[in-house]
Design a binder for this molecule. Structure first.
Ligand code: 6GU
Length: 248
């Protein structure tokens, strides 16, 4: 699978691409990631890619030409044009179902915005799939693009070793429950013991206990995930949240 990242801050991705599971997948040729600096498509001698919004208002808007021309050139590199994703808080909110959908593409072009967003004509010309990673505001799409790559790459065949691949993840379209609690050695730490059941060797009982744990944790923390929950279950909780950021 190939990912193309279009950004104004290519350095942000260096650590992410050079570590861990993603680096291994790249080294093994399962995944390719190309990072493109949209400034290289600026016609301006100062490589300016943003400008003040028509109609006034705070902040700067990404200009249409460098973004569209960068995306079009990048699409022509490689065998297929790819599915264009624009990371934006206005997009549909990312879920595991959307991650699974994105993983069906052989190539994803991820557009990372900054400032107050893109000129609307970027959307009209590229017709991207607009995706948000949650209901909060980030300074730019780069962190969101890393979220998308991280979640999608796990679904690319061969990326997870056999050891993990058979594991039922909490949010895969099959399972809809949170994970049960896990323990490893030592058996006791500061008076806290590993539950006896896990040391019993009775795999049937262990599976039952884990299922119960998952169900109870989900009911307590995320009842919106349980069958029969309506969208309102979550909204009510969210609008109930009266906390405000601390001063300073
Ligand atoms: Cl994709 N971008 C930005 N700037 N903020 C976000 C987001 C994306 N998703 C949630 N918040």
């Amino acid at each position: 699978m190939r990912f193309d990242l279009l950004t104004l801050f290519p350095e942000i991705f260096a650590g992410f691409l050079g570590q861990s599971l993603l680096k291994k997948a790249i080294d093994r040729g399962l995944i390719r990631v190309h990072v493109h600096d949209m400034r290289d498509w600026s016609r301006d001698k100062h490589q300016k890619v943003d400008d003040r919004p028509y109609g006034g208002g705070p902040g700067m808007v990404l200009r249409v030409e460098p973004v569209v021309e960068c995306a079009e050139d990048v699409q022509l590199q490689g065998a297929e044009r790819g599915h264009v994703v624009l990371l934006s808080p206005q997009g549909r909110r990312l879920t595991q179902a959307i991650v699974e959908e994105l993983a069906c593409h052989r190539r994803l072009i991820l557009l990372c915005g900054r400032y107050e967003g893109f000129d609307q004509r970027v959307v009209e010309l590229l017709r991207p799939d607009e995706v948000s990673v949650g209901d909060y505001v980030l300074n730019g799409g780069e962190v969101a693009a890393m979220v998308v790559i991280d979640a999608v790459m796990r679904l690319v065949p061969g990326v997870l070793g056999d050891e993990n691949s058979h594991r039922d993840d909490s949010f895969s379209s099959g399972g809809r429950l949170l994970e049960f609690a896990q323990y490893t050695r030592p058996r006791e730490y500061r008076g806290l013991h590993v539950p006896d059941i896990l040391l019993s060797g009775d795999h049937e009982e262990i599976a039952r206990w884990r299922g119960e744990q998952s169900y109870c944790k989900t009911r307590e923390r995320r009842s919106d995930l349980l069958p029969g929950a309506s969208a309102g279950d979550l909204d009510r909780e969210e609008t109930d949240n009266t906390k405000r950021p601390a001063d300073g």
